[in-house]
Design a protein around this ligand. Structure first.
Ligand SMILES: *Cc1c(COP(=O)(O)O)cnc(C)c1O
Length: 389
């Protein structure tokens, strides 16, 4: 069977850059090295108890054992719309402007199938979440990469996109607060993006997975706060990072009703919605007491500060992030991203992610995730201090 030729869309996928790190990680583990894993963006904190209780109760009710509604229970979509109103002062019609997703990755991956014909362009930030480009390729589209550079505060320079590309563009992905650079965007940047999308008529897809992980009094906005945004934009949200629910698979998209309907049309033909008991738990997450979020942010902030202080003392160049649970760190002179990652892993047992794994403009950076506790973060700093760079 292994001789059967696979489809080009699989064969043409870019090589998995993290495979080498995984291999090295495995080797160090076998040698008995005590690894500190700052590699994956998966919260180590548990899901808050009221959400778990809501799932337990909902799981007992037979009406939750059947096929769910494709677009999500109306109660869940109402909860999303209420959360949006409260958090962003954006009004959403739960029936036409909200759809449930099996994790936001699912929607991000499916939206190109609704809009992309061969030859159509998709504007993609790079470095960035790898799904934007693979989903584009799966749909037969052409990725056009917008580099995120430090000198531009990791915001794409729209004026650098050629006119003919803009005319062929059907979709643009944006992601702020940003993974992997930890950069944030202000409302004037979102307004610029909305103006461009309205002028060239493409769907603006804003991945907002990290809006609730913020520090120092900063609070990220929604792209839908921009007047006219709903004509062209949809926003993807995830309960994964906000409520420590990565394994539960629940998220949602909101915004332009035509785009929401088109995404729904794709999904109806592929999946059958989010398990109802999970949606009930999601409603508890969105509508329940939110004070736990403050504790969570404090936890991340403490870890951030331990690492930042230590890294700076060790001579690293790193910006203090206002949001996300990532640090985007310049590699020391003489080290590529992969060399730096390998050095930290083999000589200090610290797992990090090479920036070029997210796109060529990520070369010269490594990413650390704030997903180990304060004590282990301090231990990581101690180990880094002893290394030669
Ligand atoms: C984690 C993450 C997501 C998706 O998470 P889901 O678990 O699929 O909801 C989307 N975008 C970015 C940038 C992420 O880091």
């Amino acid at each position: 069977m292994s001789t059967i030729e696979k489809a080009d869309r699989i064969k043409n996928l870019p090589p998995y850059l993290f495979a080498k790190i995984d291999q090295m990680k495995e080797k160090m583990k076998q040698k008995g090295m005590d690894l500190i894993d700052l590699g994956v963006g998966d919260p180590d904190l548990p899901t808050p108890p009221p959400i778990i209780t809501a799932l337990q109760d909902a799981a007992k009710d037979p009406k939750n054992h059947r096929y769910p509604s494709y677009s999500g229970m109306i109660e869940f979509r109402e909860a999303v719309s209420q959360w949006y109103q409260q958090r962003f002062q954006v009004t959403l019609d739960p029936r036409s402007e909200v759809i449930s997703l099996i994790g936001s990755k699912e929607g991000i991956a499916h939206i190109p199938l609704a809009y992309i014909n061969p030859q159509d362009c998709v504007l993609i930030p790079e470095p960035g979440y790898p799904v934007y480009s693979t989903a584009t390729l799966f749909a037969g589209g052409h990725p056009y990469f917008m580099p995120l550079l430090k000198e531009k505060n990791f915001l794409p320079d729209f004026s650098a996109i050629p006119e003919e590309i803009l005319r062929k563009a059907k979709l643009m992905y944006l992601n702020y607060p940003n993974n992997p650079t930890a950069a944030v965007a202000d409302q004037s940047f979102f307004a610029e993006a909305v103006t461009l999308a309205r002028e060239y008529q493409f769907v603006l897809c804003h991945d907002a997975a990290y809006t609730e992980i913020f520090f120092d009094g900063y609070q990220p906005g929604s792209i839908l706060e921009i007047p006219g945004a709903k004509e062209v934009a949809i926003e993807f949200h995830s309960l994964s990072k906000t409520y420590n629910m990565t394994g539960w698979r629940i998220g949602f998209a909101v915004g332009n009703p035509e785009a929401i309907a088109a995404l729904g049309q794709v999904k109806t033909n592929i999946d059958s919605g989010v398990a109802q008991a999970i949606q009930v738990a999601g409603m508890q997450a969105l509508l329940g007491d939110q004070t736990f979020l403050d504790e969570m942010r404090t936890t991340y902030q403490e870890r951030r500060d331990v690492l930042i202080v230590g890294l700076k003392e060790a001579g690293f160049e790193v910006t203090v992030p206002k949001a996300t649970f990532y640090l985007w760190i310049k590699t020391p002179a003489g080290f590529t991203a992969e060399e730096c990652t390998a050095h930290l892993l083999t000589n200090a047992g610290i797992v990090t992610t090479p920036g070029n794994g997210f796109g060529t403009s990520g070369e010269g950076f490594i990413r650390m995730a704030l997903t180990v506790n304060k004590e282990r973060s301090a231990e990581a700093v101690e180990r880094i201090r002893k290394l030669d760079f």
